[in-house]
Design a binder for this molecule. Sequence first.
Ligand code: A3P
Length: 320
Amino acid sequence: TEDAHKSSDDDLQQLLQTLPKEEGWSGSSFYLYQGFWCSARRLKPVISFQRHFPAVDSNVIVASLPKCGTTWLKALTFSTLYRNQFARDENPLLNFTPHQLVHQLEYDVYVNNPCPDLETISIYKPRLFATQVPYASLPISIKDSRCKIVYVCRNPMDTFISLWLFIEKLQNESQELVSLDEAFEKFCHGVCAFGPFFDHGLGYWKASQENPKKILFLKYEDLKEDINSQLKHLAMFLGVPFTEDEEKQGVVEEIAKVCSFENLKELDVNKKGLFIPGIPNESFFRKAKVGDCSNYLTPSMVERLEKLIQQKLDNSGLTF
Ligand code: A3P
């Protein structure tokens, strides 16, 4: 297997040489692979996931771009899907991070092993995983099977600021962080992890329009506005609608509360430890406000992004 690893590393190096390259936001390069930007380090697990993920009909996949509400959606989907597998006051989210309970395929699952044993990675059934890979580049097994995908999108302005502040906070002295202006420029040109932002959102948006039983498209802002009705919608989509009894007993509100920013942020498990080396769990919980971008973006940046939104989403039916 050492030889196999070596040859796959050689293949990767060869592939990288053929791909367009851009400087990322914090010193490392991004490569344009199948139309999306990806670091060299992330590309290897992405390819393993694409080649080997054996999706089955019962799987559920949570999909998103970084900073669009991944952590929240993992918590909500986990709590809804498995609510009958633990006692009401013993939600595993109290002791594990959302990222430990719903593994990120191209981060932890496929990082060290091209064919991991999924049985041992996720004990709950039906299996639930997360990805940031764009719709067009998902493994064939996901598209060909009847497994379901829940996607969360967020206003690009708030997403950009959340991402910028996340990277700024994680930066260490050996890394060179680009300025906010430079990062903005890159973001507008589509250069961010798994971007372009608009291609990612539109890929899932169109797929959800074509196949609404397979793909549910959610927006961070809608979740913020009315979490209870969004949760009911999610449960229905997943095929586990809340019963009348559950609704009477306040199960929906209870899930919303456990998964809330205010609750998760204060849990010990989310205040300590690392998601992956270099990324503390607490960095996934910042402010969780809609419109926080206005504290950072200049009016001309807002204007430019507004134009871009108009231009990119034109006639798609998707709005922010
Ligand atoms: P802000 O930086 O605007 O605060 P992701 O989980 O995709 O990395 O996204 C992180 C963003 O979601 C951060 O946004 C974070 O504060 C917010 N967030 C994390 N947990 C949340 C929750 N339970 N409810 C609402 N927002 C949450």
